[in-house]
Design a protein around this ligand. Sequence first.
Ligand code: IPE
Ligand code: IPE
Ligand code: MG
Length: 254
Amino acid sequence: MLQRLKALFGKTSAAPLQTLESDNIPQHIAIIMDGNGRWAKRRGLPRMAGHHSGMKAVKRITMAADRVGVKYLTLYAFSTENWKRPKAEVEFLMKLPQEFLAMEIKDLMEKNVRIRIMGYKEDLPSHTLKAVEDAVALTSGNTGLVLTFALNYGSRKEMIEAMKSIGRDIRDGKLDPDEIDVPDVESRLLSTGLPDPDLLIRTSGELRLSNFMLWQLAYSEMWFTDVYWPEFSDQHFYEAVREYQRRARRYGGL
Ligand code: IPE
Ligand code: IPE
Ligand code: MG
């Protein structure tokens, strides 16, 4: 609430870019981009206007992450549970990736950003899938920031699929159940190849994970803000990183 008031009055306590310690930047930041609908409602606009404005925040925060030297940025864009929303809203959301990419792919290429998708592609409409797969292919040689869109992503489904795969390998004699270790699980998750997030950000004041990266967030630092996603600024982002830099990560040790 306090943060929302500060944001409304333009007096954020946000850390400027210059105050960040360049040798302690989180390698991987994951964001639950929430509050598009409420942002719109507060302005008397349809929810779709909030999603549209949220797209601008995606661009803004991608550039900010790149600027501070984050290596991996993972954005929760659509969950396996979001199909429960009204058909018109789901259809609108499924058009956003192509709109975003058509508009921004040139800048992303210039910044050497590599785009990846984490989610169940088979349920996506073909126009959505084509747009994202084209962007993944186009940027596959880029060596800068890895920007992963969690699209039709759900952690429980991800874990169930990993368990099924482990079960099949045991049945086929390829895996000894007594020997199952962390890499055996991680190699079967959708996040294979991504390090665990160092920092999780959730906007909009909700204090929950909503089925996002339940395995991968085991030791991540968490930062929540009341600010709605469309109004999440560079300054808020730096503030989250600054707060991360004040934390002592112990991983169960001393
Ligand atoms: C986040 O904003 C975007 C998606 C979940 C796709 P919401 O649409 O959840 O906005 P609120 O939470 O209803 O305000
Ligand atoms: C989480 O937000 C999913 C995304 C941001 C894509 P939701 O708005 O769907 O989460 P709940 O329903 O409030 O838990
Ligand atoms: Mg929401």
